[in-house]
Design a binder for this molecule. Structure first.
Ligand SMILES: [Zn+2]
Ligand SMILES: [Zn+2]
Length: 286
């Protein structure tokens, strides 16, 4: 089969003029087979809600309602919800911490539905959830980018080994879906890369997480300070960077990435995540 015919067969489009009758028959049969196979797969494996298991949608309308927004009260620095502020307006959880971002904000609490959604995206490979997460998180995201002049959106990178095993970086998918749905002309650039594979963080304390992550990130490029340069080479005036991730647990990862971005681009760095884990200061083994 010619390259064009193969492309047409793959895309399900009409066979291009000039292919042989046999190729055309193969192409038509191929696209019919694919449509039938698709319908069969839909019958055998219908779309189910990743949270409640109901048929019909990846995340059903009822489960979307169970996502818990953070509410109006949160620490202006680390985004801890409901936090009583202490000196400098910072909460007791972050007042003694050396965080490299100016502010962190999350759309939802890391409760049942948010947990299941993130797990299904990350470990279940349900990429379509990134767009659903973005739809739900857009109101909070718009508020964050509205406060940053000419923001550049980036994401917490994953190591190449994780990306090749998983096939994608969920933070990048979520960030790109947020930018696409924002209704604004936002730049989304890869600014930081992960240079070292690190053990999974789940069972580590805050200090262990920081040690685990130290020197694991590097800038993608080193433009002049204060003047980030886009991957296509044009200098831009950027007033701040928004680092996107799926979940904020202790803030160790977000802070490391923010530190690399702030040091290399000389602009304030903000963090935005879909969910925010709640934990006591003394109980960080989330
Ligand atoms: Zn559901
Ligand atoms: Zn705080």
């Amino acid at each position: 089969m010619s390259a064009d015919a193969a492309r047409a067969a793959r895309d399900g489009g009409p066979a291009p003029w000039g292919v042989s009758g046999l190729d055309r028959m193969r192409t038509v049969a191929g696209s019919r087979w694919r449509r039938r196979a698709g319908r069969l797969l839909d019958l055998l494996f219908p779309t189910r809600c990743v949270s409640c298991g109901d048929f019909g949608a990846l995340l059903c309308a009822e489960c979307r309602c169970w996502l818990q927004p953070l509410g109006a009260e949160y620490c202006p620095r680390c985004g801890r919800p409901g936090a009583a502020v202490s000196k400098g307006g910072w909460c007791a959880d972050c007042v003694d911490r050396d965080l490299h971002f100016v502010s962190a904000r999350s759309a939802f609490l890391y409760t049942d539905v948010a947990r299941r959604v993130i797990a299904a995206l990350k470990y279940g490979g349900e990429r379509g959830l990134a767009e659903i997460m973005a739809q739900e998180a857009l109101p909070a995201f718009r508020e964050v980018v509205a406060e940053v002049p000419s923001p550049v959106v980036t994401w917490v990178p994953s190591h190449a080994s994780t990306r090749s095993a998983r096939g994608f970086n969920q933070a990048q998918l979520f960030a790109r879906a947020l930018v696409a749905g924002s209704g604004r002309q936002l730049n989304a650039w890869e600014l930081v890369r992960k240079t070292r594979a690190t053990p999974r963080q789940q069972t580590l304390s805050r200090e262990e997480r920081s040690r685990n992550l130290a020197r694991s990130f590097a800038p993608v490029r080193l433009p002049a300070r204060g003047v980030p340069v886009s991957p296509w080479g044009a200098a831009e005036d950027v007033g701040g960077i928004v680092v996107v991730d799926d979940v904020y647990t202790t803030g160790a990862t977000a802070s490391e990435v923010a530190g690399v971005a702030a040091e290399n681009w000389g602009v304030p760095v903000h963090v935005f995540t879909f969910a925010r884990a709640m934990h006591q200061v003394s109980d960080l083994r989330d």
